[in-house]
Design a protein around this ligand. Structure first.
Ligand code: NAP
Ligand code: F7E
Length: 338
């Protein structure tokens, strides 16, 4: 039986990865932060005698060193991060501490304890950022971070590579493109849209206000991606891999697809901050643009090339863009709509 530590266990990916590893017979230890209200909604349903939670924080090296020494895990998945790109402009220093230096603290805990463990770092397509735009983006595409989040992840990426090269630690980066699900936080654009459309359909909300409708993302389903994380650590030698669908869609297309799930066709009028989306039948205003959701610097286009992961890991995304929208809409219609 293998033992794993997951940081960020209460997040979208942490919850799916926990289910996945438990299904493979792992003993799973999750790191959770203390909150004044509960933060365990995504994992509350997991009743398994091989699942343990430990209070801690990736900004606290003492607790990390202790945890790694105590558990002596076979694998560590570092998913903990201040993961919201827009909010990272508001809390850049904390983002650097948690999302960047937190990775170093875990790697040091492995090194100082002299533990033979495999380490997964949750790297991101945000590393590619922008300017000049090259697409599709693969493991060999140059990085150009466009936010405090991406800059922190850039440090985490390279310190992972460095500890692999310097100390021979089995440390790997998964460079994952956007992956979504009904467990996605409600302040990320896909889930913001799916919850709003469900509420509008139920007559509980009038319209949705968004930022940049032109941004293009390579959106996949989170469950497909946690399997990829595990595959990355099952290889004979440590390496870095891109996981992506190879398809890109605008935020506007996501809005259209979500409304189509409730039988509404959106027609667009105007441009820029004046662009608006209307119900094609009733003419009712359903979508507008609010500049408060614009970012100081934007990543315009993400489109991934995961051929290395397909070839070496045998990884493939299973859920298409339209299926993803359907899965998220069905869940939010249950939650907020019908
Ligand atoms: P998420 O839902 O925002 O979850 C983030 C997790 O990190 C939560 O469990 C959060 O705990 C925890 N966390 C935050 N700060 C922490 C700290 N200082 N100490 C300990 N735990 C802390 O993110 P996700 O979508 O599951 O993503 C998982 C990881 O993959 C993140 O590192 C993210 O940056 C990265 N990533 C995500 C995507 C994507 O599309 N989802 C793509 C590429 C990379 P609380 O519940 O206590 O807040
Ligand atoms: O934004 C635009 C926004 O916040 C997607 C994180 O998991 O994936 C995620 O980062 C796009 C951006 O995700 C709104 O400007 C328009 O262009 O859903 P998002 P993200 O920034 O791509 C990467 C791979 C990660 O690593 C991150 O951890 O949508 N957008 N209007 C909006 N975005 C938000 N949040 N809200 C809006 O109203």
């Amino acid at each position: 039986m293998k033992t794993a530590i997951i940081t960020g266990v209460t997040g979208q990916d942490g919850s799916y990865l926990t289910e996945f590893l438990l299904s493979k017979g792992y003993e799973v230890h999750g790191l959770i932060r203390r909150h004044s209200t509960s933060c365990t909604q995504r994992i509350a349903h997991i009743a398994d005698e091989k699942f343990f939670l430990h209070y801690g924080d990736v900004t606290d090296s003492l607790c990390l060193t202790h945890l790694v020494k105590e558990i002596q895990p076979d694998e560590i998945y570092n998913l903990a991060a201040q993961s919201h790109v827009g909010i990272s402009f508001d809390v850049p220093e904390y983002t650097a501490e948690a999302t960047g230096i937190g990775t170093l603290k875990i790697l040091e805990a492995i090194r100082q304890n002299k533990i033979d463990t495999k380490f997964y770092q949750a790297s991101t397509s945000e590393l590619f950022g922008g300017l000049p735009y090259t697409a599709p983006q693969s493991e060999t595409t140059p990085f150009h971070p466009r936010s405090p989040y991406a800059a922190a992840k850039l440090y985490a990426y390279w310190i992972t590579v460095n500890y692999r090269e310097a100390y021979n630690i089995f440390a790997c980066n998964g460079i994952l493109f956007n992956h979504e699900s009904p467990r996605r936080g409600e302040d990320f654009v896909t889930r913001k849209i799916s919850t709003a459309v469900a509420k509008i359909f139920a007559g509980r909300q009038e319209k949705i206000s968004l930022g940049n409708l032109d941004a293009k993302r390579d959106w996949g389903f989170a469950k497909d991606y946690v399997e990829g994380m595990w595959l990355i650590l099952q290889q004979d030698k440590p390496d870095d891999f891109v996981l992506a669908t190879g398809e890109t869609h605008t935020v506007r297309e996501f809005v259209e697809a979500a409304f189509e799930e409730v039988g509404i066709k959106i027609i667009w009028r105007g441009a820029g901050v004046d662009e608006k989306g209307y119900d094609s039948e009733s003419g009712k205003l359903l979508v507008d643009v609010n500049p408060k959701y614009f970012r100081p610097a934007e990543v315009d286009l993400l489109l991934g090339d995961s051929s290395k992961a397909q070839k070496i890991l045998g990884w493939q995304r299973k859920v298409s863009f339209r299926e993803l929208v359907k899965i998220m809409m069905q869940a939010d219609l249950e939650n907020y709509g019908r």
